[in-house]
Design a binder for this molecule. Sequence first.
Ligand SMILES: [Fe+2]
Length: 325
Amino acid sequence: MARLVSDHVIGRAPGQVDYRETGAHFRLAELSGSILPERVRDALAGLREGGHDAVVVHGLPADPLDDHQQPDGSHDGRDGIDGGAEATPQPLLGWTWLGMVTRQLGHEYGYRAEKGGNLVHDVRPRPDGAATQSNASSEVDLQLHTEVAFHEIRPDFVLLYGVRSPQPRPATRLVRIADAVRECSPETVRRLREPRFTIAAPDSFSVGEEAVDGIRPIGGTPGWPTIRWHSSIAGDDPSDKAAITEFRAAAERVAHRVRLAPGSLLAFSNSRCLHGRDAFEAHYDGRDRWLLRTYVLRDITRLMSRYGPPPGNGAVRRLAETRTA
Ligand SMILES: [Fe+2]
């Protein structure tokens, strides 16, 4: 498989990957998607059509990494850095698997306030985020959440790919919302279906946001519940607070634990699953855990119909605004 990817994708793509203009690499990956085993593509088709809530793939050929090879931070979207020259070799196999799966489910997109609008995110521990509820954390459990829960436009699917994952590997916790709802009392579910709750922006968004109110955490129908949840979720009423506590405990009880190794990929529905991550030890020595992440919309034209036609390749795929209702 690695040889096929080299011949059909990496060898034909521009030399450097581009975090903001993924089109060249991801389109080649999309066109070569049949390199993925049929069983994987079948599972992803099930995820896309709602038959599955998540897909885990282990054992994809992983990039050989040099000691200390890591993202250099110039793509984290901090300090106004806009990409710049990339000195560190990138995990091109990983980018390709991510591109293939992303394009089987929809299209990658990003937020200007999250990693500077990058469409592929390097997820790794950072000293300044160690104790935060963000993708830079390590010292603390990342509590169960919906990705970009505070925002009106949220990913339909979230993809995580393991580039480096030292032992002991922390568990990514994954909860199927239907399982959690079944664990809760009818009164709690009824409460959580009302627009009585607030959610704040996560720490990883670089622009401070006020809390968004009128959130209905549980949506959908009784047979097809959906979720919008974050560690910051709050309600005024004691009954609202009790419902939050009960749901949180129920969700943790039914969590699955996925340990992403190099070559592992997790794709999940962001409206049908919650995810979190156990704490782990970071050393900041260039050999820490490193994941690649994409946010996926089933239908990228949702952004075009809202923000207009793309002024340049891919530009419309980054949301310009930072605050919506
Ligand atoms: Fe997350």
